[in-house]
Design a binder for this molecule. Structure first.
Ligand SMILES: *Cc1c(COP(=O)(O)O)cnc(C)c1O
Length: 331
């Protein structure tokens, strides 16, 4: 087996992120609920992509790259964080975004501009179209004497996912120090790397901990996660492959990716008003909304200790409205 510490990694985040008990939420629901605060990874507005980029950009540096190219939708947190992390390493970011979602100068688009990223929009529904263009641009850049490094949507390669194998290990270490015995970790699933990394981490370090994924898009994430787990096992040169056994994914797509429904809006406001913690409209708000519904419907054993991963996304709050189920009352 190859240890994760053997992989090149560039320190970008402020780690470990806090692990915090949500006292008010736990009291309200009669559960033990903790939050792993990866919204506080310490670059720009924080978020899960920083951990992936520590491995991906180390690889880019090793290859001598001066330019990083990536993609996502218009309000992609991943693209914004790639630009922020690239800046820290003296690389130029080229963000080749889908012309989908909120393309105006709002939320992450404001941040991309402040960060000085080069942003281009492509009017297509398929990332394969953008990858073709990315390959073309890479050739052009190479001819002009640059070295460009390509990162796929969400940074969800096996190498990027190592960041979440590490996050799982880090969380278990914190639990041990606090005397907490977690039964389950809950994470949002967007492109799959975070969730697959956590599942692989559980296999390696604490197989008794269940890992529940809350998907916010319609892709077949059972297969995607299983494939990523195989590739993570391959990278780590394990004797036995990492199997799909602990994959458990529920879906909250609603009206579609990036479109929160009234129930999701209520969930974001509920946590903000109970704990002063801000979830986001695209990922954590929808994941938390489904998590709450499942908790209320008794989907988890009564006395489970559960850790909810807050994967960030704050920029989206300033671009995407959170619908209300009913008028909130005023004093
Ligand atoms: C990208 C993102 C996710 C999804 O992570 P994946 O590894 O792509 O599944 C979750 N939350 C936030 C805030 C994100 O930006």
């Amino acid at each position: 087996m190859r240890a994760i510490s053997d992989f090149p990694r560039v320190r970008l985040g402020i780690l470990p992120t806090p692990l915090q008990k949500l006292e008010n939420l736990s009291r309200e629901l009669g559960k033990n609920i903790y939050m792993k605060r990866d919204d506080m990874t310490g670059v720009a507005l924080g978020g899960n992509k920083v951990r992936k980029l520590e491995f991906l950009l180390a690889d880019a540096l090793a290859k001598g790259a001066d330019t990083v190219m990536t993609t996502g939708q218009a309000q992609s947190n991943h693209a914004m964080l790639t630009a922020a992390c690239a800046n820290k390493l003296g690389m130029q970011a080229l963000l080749m975004l889908k012309k989908r979602g909120v393309t105006d100068r709002k939320g992450n688009q404001i941040l991309n501009q402040i960060l000085g990223a080069q942003v281009e929009f492509y009017d297509t529904d398929r990332y394969t179209d953008i990858y073709e263009e990315m390959a073309r641009r890479k050739t052009e850049l190479t001819k002009a004497g640059h070295i460009a490094y390509e990162i796929p949507v969400g940074g969800s390669t096996a190498l990027g996912a190592l960041g979440y194998v590490e996050c799982f290990r880090e969380t278990m270490e914190q639990c041990e120090a606090l005397g907490v015995r977690p039964d389950r970790m809950v994470s949002v699933v967007g492109s799959g790397g975070t969730y697959a990394g956590l599942c692989a981490g559980a296999d390696l370090f604490a197989p008794q901990v269940k890992v529940t994924g809350m998907a916010v898009d319609n892709d077949p994430f059972e297969q995607i996660s299983a494939q990523l787990k195989l590739e993570i096992g391959g990278l780590l040169e394990l004797d036995r492959p990492l199997g799909p056994e602990n994959i458990e994914i529920h879906y909250n797509c609603g009206a579609g990716y990036g479109i929160p429904g009234p129930e999701d809006g209520e969930a974001v406001r509920y946590l903000a008003r109970l704990e002063g913690i801000l979830l986001d409209p695209v990922y954590t708000g929808k994941a938390f909304s489904l998590f709450l519904r499942m908790l209320r419907e008794g989907a988890f054993d009564g006395d489970e200790t559960i850790i909810f991963l807050h994967s960030g996304g704050a920029g989206g709050l300033f671009a995407i409205d959170l619908p209300e189920a009913k008028k909130s009352k005023k004093v």
